[in-house]
Design a binder for this molecule. Structure first.
Ligand code: SF4
Length: 267
């Protein structure tokens, strides 16, 4: 019998979570608390209460409470994934496991990956990399593509803005790289935090040492998560932050291209 787990969303026909057309499954729970998180409803390992605002009449709104996150079985999700097989085959797509941090529900993720292997549907794992190597080692050969977040290189800065050290994250990335895994780096571009010149310099030096990584996706900060914090009644520490300018993004993009990396803006 396979396991059950907690998910907080399923996004169909996604074009930003890996190659081709994808179904993205969002697993609940994350060990980090990034200031810029766009999915705060997925940070905890249990369903989250949120306000749902609806239009009652032309001039009034009504608010009700809803729970975000629900239990699902591997079989149910596999059936959902398989429904769009034709789109994956025609576009070179597949399924992406995202979150939250999917490795937080390791047994569930492992069973989901097994189900995809059986269905011959390509998989991607979007991860912050904060997990014991032993956990990653056990699933790494079932994953076709790692979408691996790289946020801040300085340990203290990482601790400050995400709530955790980056030592394990960098070490796991090094190990996956040495292992020759297919990895795309995902870099959230957060003005004055991750895009600070010192961080870019250290990241450039680190990326130079990797052997198999050939692509980096720049994920510009946006304000789409703002309403989620309001609905969850949570503090948004970056409420007034503006997205990075086009000039800054193309400057960063040019810098990473010099390393021989393919650079994409967005996923
Ligand atoms: S790792 Fe991702 S999901 Fe977790 S808190 Fe950071 S941005 Fe949010």
């Amino acid at each position: 019998m396979t396991s059950r787990g907690l998910i907080f969303d399923i996004k169909k026909y996604s074009l930003h979570d890996g190659p081709g057309i994808r179904t993205t499954i969002f697993l609940s729970g994350c060990p980090l608390m990034c200031w810029w998180c766009q999915n705060p409803e997925g940070q905890k390992l249990d369903p989250q209460e949120a306000l749902k605002i609806r239009k009652k009449s032309k001039s009034s709104l009504t608010a009700t409470k809803e729970l975000i996150g629900r239990e699902a079985s591997v079989e149910e999700i596999a059936a959902e994934i398989e429904r769009d097989r034709v789109f994956y085959e025609e576009s070179g797509g597949g399924v992406t496991f995202s979150g939250g941090e999917p490795l937080m529900q390791y047994a569930f993720l492992s069973d989901l990956l097994d189900a995809c292997l059986k269905l011959k549907i390509p998989t991607a794992l979007e991860t912050c990399g904060y997990a014991p190597w032993e956990v990653i080692r056990k699933i790494k050969d079932k994953v076709d593509l790692f979408l691996y977040d790289l946020k801040l290189m300085d340990e203290k800065e990482h601790q400050k803005y995400t709530g955790a050290s980056n030592t394990q994250i960098l070490s796991n990335l090094n190990k996956l790289d040495v292992d020759g895994k297919n990895i795309i780096i995902r870099f959230p571009v957060i003005p004055r935090i991750t895009d600070a010149d010192g961080n870019i310099r250290q990241m450039t030096e680190f990326l130079r040492t990797l052997k198999t990584v050939r692509e980096i996706d720049l994920l510009p900060y946006n304000k789409l998560g703002k309403s989620k914090y309001e609905k969850l009644n949570r503090l948004n520490l970056l409420m007034d932050l503006e997205p990075p300018s086009h000039e800054r993004l193309s400057q960063l993009s040019d810098g990473f291209k010099v390393l021989g990396l393919k650079v994409k803006i967005g996923g």
